[in-house]
Design a protein around this ligand. Structure first.
Ligand SMILES: [Ca+2]
Length: 188
């Protein structure tokens, strides 16, 4: 199993201060009924890999959690699939398992297209202006491959080489002893 965590390298959309998604401690602010697209995660998962788990981690908070609904969307090749991110009023990392959100493939992860989108529910009477504040987004993918990785293959080869070398050494040592004994016998 291999686990890789990536953050988006590009963003575009209608949220406020989107550049803050790339700087820790600064916040991109959600705009009601508007999305912010996040791409260029830079995954390079082998095409024969099986994706076993995908989670999204979002650090941030909502100023009015009872009225704010922040979603993480994933493009599955045909349509956007959404999962709510339960941000709270305290700034923290919220992790959501999105393994079952879409049918994952190495191709989808290697060209991962995601969005944040935000809805504010209208409350009767007094309504204060609220928003989600997002520090950063990261996606963690776990996968397995049918064949050993290059690192694993090298390890196996080195182990084999070591065994071969020690066998050769033993063989040569025994040959030396035998030739010495033969020489000794001849001298007697
Ligand atoms: Ca930030």
């Amino acid at each position: 199993m291999t686990t890789v965590t990536k953050r988006p390298g590009y963003t575009e959309g209608g949220w406020t201060n989107p550049e803050n998604l790339f700087e820790d401690g600064k916040y991109c602010v959600g705009v009601d009924q508007t999305w912010q697209k996040l791409t260029e995660y830079g995954f390079s998962i082998p095409s024969d890999a099986t994706i076993t788990k995908v989670v999204v981690r979002i650090k941030g908070y909502e100023t009015s959690p009872e009225n704010d609904y922040t979603y993480f969307d994933v493009w599955d090749g045909t349509e956007w699939k959404s999962r709510e991110i339960p941000l709270e009023s305290i700034d923290q990392v919220v992790e959501v398992d999105i393994t079952d959100l879409i049918s994952w493939s190495p191709e989808i992860l290697n060209n991962l297209e995601t969005r944040l989108h935000y809805l504010h529910t209208i409350t009767v009477g007094f309504q204060k202006k609220s928003s989600p504040y997002v520090d950063y987004v990261e996606v963690e993918a776990t996968y397995s491959t049918p064949y050993p990785t290059t690192q694993e293959t090298t390890q196996i080869m080195m182990q084999g080489l070591e065994q071969f070398m020690s066998m050769m050494f033993m063989f040569m040592f025994m040959m030396m002893i035998m030739s010495m004994m033969t020489a000794l016998m001849g001298a007697m």
